[in-house]
Design a protein around this ligand. Sequence first.
Ligand code: ATP
Ligand code: MG
Length: 549
Amino acid sequence: MSAQTGVPVLILREGSGRSTGRDAQRNNIMAARTIAEAVKSALGPKGMDKMLVESSGDVTITSDGRTILDKMDIDHPAAKMMVEVAKTQDAEVGDGTTTSVILAGELLGKAEDLINKGVHPIVIVEGYSKAADKALGTLENIAIRVKPLGKEFLKKVAATSMASKLVSENKEQLAEIAVGAVLSVAQKVGDGYTVDLDDITVEKKPGESMSETRLIEGLVLDKEVVHSGMPKRVEKAKIALLESALEIKKTEFDTKINIERPEQMESFLREEEGMLKAMVGKIVASGANVVVCQKGVDDMVQHFLARKGVLVIQRAKESDMKKLGKATGGKTVTNLEGLMESDLGYAGLVEERKIGDDKMTFIEECKNPRSVAILIRGSDKRFLDEAERSVHDALCVVRDVVQVPTIVAGGGAPEMEIARALRGYAETLPGREQLAVRSFGEAMEIVPLTLGENAGLDPINLLLELRARHEKGEKWAGVDVFEGKIKDMRELEVYEPLAVKKQTIKSATEAATMILRIDDVIASGKMKAPPIPPGGMPGGGYGGMPPEY
Ligand SMILES: Nc1ncnc2c1ncn2[C@@H]1O[C@H](COP(=O)(O)OP(=O)(O)OP(=O)(O)O)[C@@H](O)[C@H]1O
Ligand SMILES: [Mg+2]
């Protein structure tokens, strides 16, 4: 109809923007690469930290890729996909978020060069997918098998993950703690082990120094002992875990009791006291000398229990009750009537301590606890936050290796080895796919290059020497960022989980190919954002939608 009358048919609301074909691709690639540029300087032990200031004024100091991107106010849809890369990486393996984003950016950069040479994006996508399979295979081939519960390598892996963080000075001590924590909660399943990181509680309290950070074989409760007359320290504690309140239940509706004589009042009160005393009697009879109650504890019960020398914590969180069960081996009891000695948990020591400005109760020295805690200390709040993120990374990499006990050396060595393997593999492929596979390999080299650049090394010399040494069969040759030389990374004990390296490739390839497949962007009229100037934002930042939007 419209063709006959010449009247255009409008299917998009007024103000909508559309960019297609090369324009759409160029914009998306530029936005994604800008994101990668923004995190590049944070990679590796010589990487810099970023200070992120939110509109509320909150300040975060971090070098963690995921956190940097989380805190940036990103608007562009393709740029947001890069944020997803970091999130996926974090959720799957917990480390390598910066690497995966940088790799995705570089894969797109190389793809753009190929598109400019006339290679169709779909050919690139197919080539990249083959190259990624080969890369994963190469990693499997070079990976080193370790013992799942072998402390030596687990500690090295944990220390490597923290080498690039603000806490690097304390990495040995923190690595020991992280390994201790993960091994405590590891469960044997079939031939292997699984680790649920929810069984490790990480608490942080300002004060003291990082070296005072401790692993607690049990739990720390952000609670104080309820009554001043109770002991603050109980050794060889037998702990009753109670879900119900130690109070007399108030009725749900108002009731009136008519009392006519003073004796009636007295007997009423006596009865109430009798019921409360019976509760105390039950607890004492079970042999418990510590009570952790999820609900409230009546003043009179507190008083009687204090007289019996029982330490009581009230209003504990439900999640903490579960963890206490796992840590102490106790069973949470719903009805006090049913409390028996066999329900009690055990801890070598329960003690209230003053930590910073607060009082906390430590339930520690548990026997074979299946739930443990790490208490991080440090002088500054922002430092503590970053330390918590770094400990999280360390716990994740140790878990990764306990679950899949294979590792690779780092420092860009595995990426160089992939690049070498892909150069050979590309030769075997016909036509343009060969170009895509070769480009994928070259993109991998961005990891050692960035590590070197951040350490102030000359990129060209670095790359040439690394390539030459890998061709000679030195598969673990990587960048020694401290000495400024190329070295066998095993000598430096820089080890990472195979799972992390594999995931960086998977996440980066997925994002890059997803972005490459888009050739039409239709944005609703509501989206208004300042354009990116040609070449990205100054300083690598991102300002919003590109001009075509
Ligand atoms: N001593 C070292 N020498 C050389 N390279 C190292 C050393 N320690 C760590 N690396 C390398 O640093 C890289 C990791 O850096 P970083 O931890 O900053 O980024 P990421 O792990 O990719 O992301 P994030 O930790 O932010 O999630 C890895 O390639 C690792 O092999
Ligand atoms: Mg890391």
